[in-house]
Design a protein around this ligand. Structure first.
Ligand SMILES: [Ca+2]
Length: 261
């Protein structure tokens, strides 16, 4: 922006002042483009649970479905100094929403399209995962790990369960994975890789690709008993960047954070 202003000034020295409005228009246009670009891209949510207290409910999350289970911040079973979210205080079967397990959510009912990336670990070989476009306890989509460590499906909750799309990705309990969910209108894409795998998500094959038009907006949350950490939700992959200090130009990508593990 500074060079454009200087350009205008120099031109004013040698040419007619009638050219000034053109420079002004260019400057205004560049300002407008800058403002609209900033407004349309954002990190919507981030949580690593490091500021929460072990044994307490996660401070940035709310109860979306008030069931019989309580989510708590716990020590990472793989690294005791790291804090993570354990989404239920009961076993896998009792933690399912359809037998009374609570659902904890983040975000806004108006959230439509976004990219979410997070660390996830399955305590055992059971049904579990996350929900998205969550509107209430009977209106949401589910990205669900199935028993056997292979099937990974999209379901819709709307007066019962409906399979939206079946998918496949091999996975094991007690391993930290990195997950990605991309919502684009009625199209949903879920990917899963081991957290230690440095392959970028755009080189990873989708586990589940689904399409459904019932729920256009809603919150993001847990389903059943899972460990969650390092969650980023943004308008695009480029927005999944964490400012170190509010006034600092430095920022940390997930790759840089992961190197600390
Ligand atoms: Ca953490």
């Amino acid at each position: 922006m500074r060079s454009t202003s200087l350009c205008c000034f120099q031109h004013r020295q040698h040419r007619s002042v009638r050219q000034l409005p053109y420079c002004a228009i260019i400057v205004v246009l560049m300002l407008y483009i800058g403002i609209t670009t900033q407004a349309s891209a954002a990190l919507l949510f981030h949580d690593d649970f490091e500021k929460d207290e072990v044994g307490k409910e996660p401070s940035k999350w709310e109860v979306g479905f008030d069931g019989a289970t309580v989510a708590k911040v716990v020590a990472d079973p793989k690294k005791g100094s790291n804090k993570v979210l354990l989404t239920s205080d009961k076993g896998s079967n009792q933690s399912r929403h359809d037998v009374g397990g609570s659902i904890y959510v983040v975000g806004d009912l108006a959230w439509d399209d976004y990219v979410a990336e997070w660390d996830m670990m399955f305590p055992d070989d059971f049904y579990m995962g996350i929900v998205f476009r969550f509107q209430d306890g009977e209106k949401f989509y589910l990205s669900d790990r199935r028993q056997g460590g292979r099937d990974y499906h999209f379901y819709k909750r709307q007066g019962g369960w409906a399979l939206v799309q079946a998918g496949l990705v091999e996975n094991d309990p007690e391993v930290w994975y990195r997950a990605q969910l991309v919502l684009e209108g009625d199209n949903f894409t879920f990917k899963l890789k081991e957290r230690k795998d440095n392959t970028p998500f755009d080189k990873i094959d989708p586990a589940t690709e689904g399409e459904d038009g019932n729920f256009k907006t809603g919150k993001f949350g847990n389903y059943g008993l899972v460990y969650i950490d390092n969650i980023f939700i943004g308008d695009s992959v480029e927005d999944l960047v964490l400012p170190v200090e509010p006034q600092d130009k430095l920022s940390m990508t997930w790759g840089e954070i992961k190197d600390a593990y």
